[in-house]
Design a binder for this molecule. Structure first.
Ligand code: AGP
Length: 635
C-alpha cells in the first residue's frame, strides 16, 4: 500500500536517497511511484509502473535537468497503491498545487475530498488528476495564500487549518517553494508532516532528517526514530524537528534507537523473497520454541501478558486475510483445551459487533504488518469498551504494538517482504497454540500429561517442516501439471479448513487463478454444481489418533470422492502413511506423519510451494502480485 519517504539535509543526495527509500517500500505493494525535489522550484518526476522505470526516466533526462536532480538537498517520494483514480502517470504522487508552489505525498483516504474539490474549483484551483491527494495540495495552497496575504503564515498554523478541513486517514509530507519570499522571511528548506491513522515516522540523522511510512525504510539511513502519534504535525529541517498536536500543543520528540536490521532486502540467493521466506519457516518456529525451552507445566507462559485469563468468558479474534485464517486454529484448540468460546471475525466486519464486548472478553488482534487499518480500527473500538486486548504481530515498530503495549506478542518472523504471507502466517499459528496452552494452564483446564504431550508435538514441528521443505521438487513437479487450470476448489473439515482457506488464498494471490475453499460438507449444498473436468479439487485429509478427528478426516475423503465422480481432477493432501482410499485419487500429495490437531502448519507448506511454482511457471510477479499491498493501511 502507499509508502512515503522524505529527506532534508545538507548534501546533494535527496534524489538518490529517495529512490533508495522507495525501493525498500516496494514490498508494501504499489502501482506507480514518484519523487518531488526542491531546488529553486519544485519539480516532480513520476510514472506508472516500477521504481526501476522511474529511475530510468530520471536518468534519461537532459544533462541540465539531471544536474538539477543531483543537486537537491530536499525532497519527498511515494509509492502509490491506487484508491481514487486508476493507476496512471497523472494520478501518481507527488501532486503539485495549481501553481506548482508546493508538492505533497499522501498515504490514506480523504473521505470528504469531493466537497473540498468543488469548493476549491469555485476558487479557481485547477485539477489534473482524479486523486484525493491533489485536493489536499490545493487546499493547503489555498490556506497558505490566505495566511500569507495577511502576513500570518506559519507552517503549524497552516497544517492545523488543513487538518481541520480533512476527514479521513492521512500521512502527509509536503515541500514548499519559498523562492518568491524575500530573504528575511524565507524559511530554511523543510518538510511539513501530518499524521492521522496512517503510519509515519521521523528518522534523525547527522545534519539530515528523514520521514517515512515505515521504520525499516528509515533504518537504512539512521537508527534513531521518532514515532508520530495520530493527530500530530511536524516540521523537520536538516537540524530541527518540531512536533505539535492538532490543538497546537508542543510535543517533545521521544527518540527511540532501533536495532539495525541488516539484510531485509537481501534475497540470500533465492530467486524470490517468497521462496526465501518459505525456507525461513523452520528457523522462525525454532526461535519461538527455544524461548519456552525451559518451561514446564508449572511455569508455562508464552509471555507475561497483563491479563487475568481466569476471568475471560469469551475470546474474539480479529484479523484479515491470512492472519484471519490463522485465528481459526486458536478457535479450534482453545475451545477444546480451555473450554472457552472463541469467535473469529474479519476485522472490517468487527465494528458491527463491538456493542457486545465487556471486560470479561479478550480481543486478540493478529496482523503481520501490525499496520492493517481494518484491524487497528477494530482494536481501537474494542479498547473503548474495556475489553482486554492482546496482539500478535511480527513487527515491533507497529501501530498494533503501540495500541496493545505489554500485551503484544512479537513473533520472531521479522519483516516479510513478499506480499503473500508465509512465515508470518505459520508463526501466527504456532503463537496460537502457545497462547492457548498458556490460557488453558492458567485456567487449570489441562492435565499435566496432556500438556506435556502437546508441547512435545509442537517441538517436533521445525524438524517436520525441514523434512517437508526437502520435498519441494516433488511439489513443484506435481503442481506444474495443474498450472493452466483457471478454477480450483479446496476442501477440508475441522481444524484444516484453515489450510484449505490459506491454500486457496495463496494460489489466488500468486497465480491469479480463481480458488475457493469450502468445508467439505458444504460441497453438496451448492458448489458441486460448478464441478467438471476443468475444476481440480484439492482435499486436505489428515488422520488422527482421536476418534472424532479421525472421522472428520474420513468424511473429507468421502466428500472428495463425491467431487471426483463429477469428473473433477482429484488431488488429496495427506500424510505419508495414510492409505485410506488414496488409490482413487488422481494425485496424492504427501507430508510427513503428524496428528491432525498439529497439522495446519505442516499441511500449508506444500500448498505454498504449489502456489509459488504455478505462479512462477505462469510468469507472474511472485513477490509483488498485481493489485495487492503488503500493509493495507486504508479501510
Ligand atoms: C496474505 O498472503 C495476504 N497478503 C493478506 O491476506 C494479509 O494476510 C492481510 O492483508 C492481513 O495483513 P496483516 O497480517 O498485515 O494484518
Amino acid at each position: 500500500m502507499c509508502g512515503i519517504v522524505s529527506y532534508v539535509g545538507s548534501e546533494p543526495k535527496a534524489a538518490r536517497l529517495l529512490l533508495q527509500g522507495l525501493k525498500s517500500l516496494e514490498y508494501r505493494g504499489y502501482d506507480s511511484s514518484g519523487i518531488a525535489l526542491l531546488n529553486d522550484s519544485v519539480k516532480v518526476y513520476k510514472n506508472k509502473g516500477k521504481i526501476l522505470d522511474l529511475e530510468k526516466n530520471i536518468y534519461s533526462l537532459s544533462e541540465q535537468e539531471q544536474s538539477e536532480v543531483e543537486q537537491s538537498i530536499c525532497g519527498i517520494g511515494h509509492t502509490r497503491w491506487a484508491t481514487h483514480g486508476e493507476p496512471n502517470d497523472v494520478n501518481a504522487h507527488p501532486h503539485l498545487d495549481s501553481d506548482a508552489s508546493l508538492a505533497i505525498v499522501h498515504n490514506g483516504i480523504i473521505r470528504n475530498y469531493q466537497s473540498l474539490r468543488s469548493e476549491l474549483e469555485t476558487k479557481g484551483f485547477v485539477f489534473k488528476s482524479d486523486t484525493d491527494t491533489e485536493v489536499i495540495a490545493n487546499m493547503f495552497s489555498s490556506i497558505r495564500k490566505e495566511l500569507l496575504s495577511i502576513n500570518a503564515y506559519e507552517d503549524f498554523k497552516a497544517l492545523r487549518e488543513l487538518s481541520s478541513r480533512l476527514e479521513g486517514s492521512y500521512a502527509l509530507a509536503i515541500i514548499i517553494n519559498d523562492s518568491n519570499l524575500n530573504d528575511v522571511t524565507k524559511p530554511v528548506k523543510r518538510i511539513l508532516l501530518a499524521k492521522n491513522e496512517s503510519p509515519l515516522v521521523i528518522g534523525i540523522g547527522d545534519q539530515e532528517n528523514f520521514a517515512a511510512s515505515d521504520s525499516d525504510t528509515v533504518l537504512q539511513f539512521t537508527d534513531k526514530i521518532v514515532r508520530l502519534a495520530d493527530k500530530e504535525l511536524a516540521v523537520i529541517s536538516k537540524n530541527t524537528i518540531e512536533i505539535q498536536d492538532f490543538d497546537g500543543n508542543e510535543i517533545k520528540p521521544i527518540i527511540e534507537v532501533l536495532k539495525q536490521n541488516d539484510s531485509i532486502m537481501d534475497k540470500k540467493g533465492y530467486k524470490h523473497f517468497l521462496l526465501k521466506e518459505i525456507y525461513e519457516q523452520p528457523t522462525v518456529l525454532s526461535k519461538m520454541l527455544s524461548l519456552i525451552e525451559d518451561q514446564s507445566f508449572t511455569n508455562f507462559k508464552l509471555m507475561d501478558f497483563q491479563i487475568d485469563f481466569t476471568n475471560i468468558e469469551k475470546v474474539y479474534c480479529i484479523a484479515c486475510g491470512s492472519a484471519y485464517h490463522s485465528a481459526q486454529v486458536l478457535k479450534s484448540i482453545l475451545g477444546t483445551w480451555a473450554a472457552i468460546p472463541v469467535e473469529v471475525i474479519i476485522a472490517s466486519e468487527f465494528n458491527y459487533q463491538v456493542n457486545f464486548l465487556s471486560e470479561k472478553d479478550l480481543v486478540v488482534g493478529i496482523s503481520q504488518s501490525g499496520e492493517t487499518a481494518d484491524t487497528i480500527l477494530a482494536l481501537q473500538r474494542a479498547k473503548k469498551t474495556g475489553a482486554n486486548l492482546l496482539a500478535i504481530t511480527n513487527r515491533p515498530a507497529s501501530a498494533i504494538n503501540n495500541l496493545c503495549g505489554v500485551n503484544t506478542y512479537i513473533t520472531p518472523a521479522d519483516i516479510e517482504i513478499s506480499v503473500a504471507s508465509t512465515k508470518a502466517y505459520t508463526s501466527q499459528i504456532l503463537a496460537h497454540y502457545l497462547l492457548a496452552l498458556q490460557i488453558a494452564v492458567a485456567r487449570k483446564a489441562l492435565a499435566e500429561e496432556f500438556f506435556n504431550e502437546i508441547l512435545h508435538n509442537l517441538k517436533m514441528l521445525p524438524v517436520l517442516i525441514e523434512q517437508t521443505l526437502h520435498r519441494a521438487n516433488a511439489y513443484k513437479e506435481q503442481s506444474l501439471n495443474y498450472a493452466n487450470y483457471k478454477d480450483f476448489i479446496f476442501l477440508s473439515r475441522g481444524i484444516n479448513h484453515v489450510t484449505a482457506m490459506e491454500g486457496a488464498l495463496k494460489l489466488k494471490e500468486l497465480s491469479y487463478a480463481h480458488a475457493t475453499a469450502y468445508p467439505s460438507g458444504e460441497l453438496k449444498h451448492g458448489p458441486i454444481a460448478i464441478l467438471d473436468e476443468n475444476v481440480p479439487v484439492i482435499s486436505i485429509s489428515i488422520p488422527s489418533k482421536y476418534e472424532d478427528e479421525q472421522v472428520t478426516a474420513e468424511k473429507v475423503i468421502h466428500n472428495a470422492l463425491e467431487a471426483k465422480t463429477r469428473k473433477a481432477p482429484s488431488i488429496l493432501l495427506t500424510t505419508d502413511s495414510n492409505q485410506d482410499h488414496v488409490s482413487e485419487f488422481d494425485l496424492v500429495v504427501r507430508i510427513p506423519d503428524i496428528d491432525q490437531v498439529f497439522s495446519p502448519i505442516l499441511a500449508t507448506i506444500p500448498l505454498q510451494f504449489w502456489a509459488y511454482y504455478i505462479a512462477e511457471d505462469l510468469g507472474k510477479d511472485v513477490d509483488q502480485p498485481r493489485n495487492l499491498a503488503k500493509s493495507v493501511t486504508v479501510e
